[in-house]
Write a protein that binds this ligand. Sequence first.
Ligand code: MN
Length: 429
Amino acid sequence: MQLKKSWVTSANSPETHFPLNNLPYGVFSTDENEPRCGVAIGDMILDLTLLEEEGVLSVGDEPVFDLPFWNEFMELGAEAWLDLRTRLVDLLAEGGDSAISGNEALKSRVLVAQSDAQMHMPFVVTEFTDFYAGRHHATNIGTMFRGAENALPPNWLHIPIGYNGRASTVVVSGTDIRRPLGQLKPPNADLPHFGACKRLDVELEMGAIVGTGSTMGQPITVAQADEMIFGYVILNDWSARDIQAWEYQPLGPFQAKAFGTSISPWIVTRAALEPFRTSTPPREFDLLPYLREPGPMLYDIALEFALQPDGADKATVLTRTNYREMYYSAAQQLCHHASSGCEMNVGDLIGSGTISGPEKHERGSLLELSWGGKEPIVLDTGETRSFLEDGDTATLSGFAQGNGYRIGFGDCVGTILPAVEAPRDLPRT
Ligand code: MN
């Protein structure tokens, strides 16, 4: 696949994350306008709310872009998804429909510089489920806590393991993250105390967004699951390792993950990622038939994690990895999620699990990079880190590399704020 040329010239650069081949969906506002639906093209955003109002764009009988989220459009289904993409390519391509390119007054109203826009949550997250489906990550964590012989739990190679997370605290990139409070029991303490997390971490993940739902009581195939996925974002599953260590048995993480999850602002559609499909790795055990993939369902997406302390003039890149390292695809995770008869809804967010590669510089969390705090990392500023400090900014980013073009997501950024005081009526130590 080659670069498709647009009359928005910044979209034709080989470095832009938003060429005509991408067309990711977001919600933005400006000083003049309330939050609204838009599509990224080069360094600009095309205002779909306004285009729909002007009658240049219509997808179905009722307006769907008069709301500051994409759920209504998602609900229209796969045919509408394809129709919109086809129409947008026509409106933005060099030599395509001139409804915008040939109308200077309209053009100046519907194209907004990204630098003048504030990004918002692109969709209403109805529910959030996070998986633990990266083999290198699970092996590293298991080795640290249980030893190399018992690194992977016995179910791991058969089930994409997950837990039900919180939709209420999923936030868009740029939202600050407050250091969580919680119950902590250091290994040498007899009893727990309540206080600020000291082992705050990132988890570099991808998020899949469910665009069409399933029915309670009715499982789905992997192929159906793949077709239900509207698009993907980069996701930071912020994690409080010390809270997690004390609370996680027997039901898994709870408060350790509930205080915040960040996503990148643009939903990159499955259609844009189609040329980058790749297969999951060879299986040690054959998967049960319901989990077998009829074709390649992972994507080749280069991913990066960079850390910038408060006051530092640049970030240090700590991790370079790739989404293709996952053992289970989002389609397999979604299929497994619905396998009991669990209903999946429009706006469901599925976290991939931490994406680590086999090498040390490919590890997608500080817990792995610093090996549980035993091997602190040296930043370019000379400072060291085992876990996040107050004021640190974590930036996750990534793109798929095409032939002369890139499909990017926009950065997934969060800065750590100091913990609040513990509520006064709680016993304190
Ligand atoms: Mn996670």
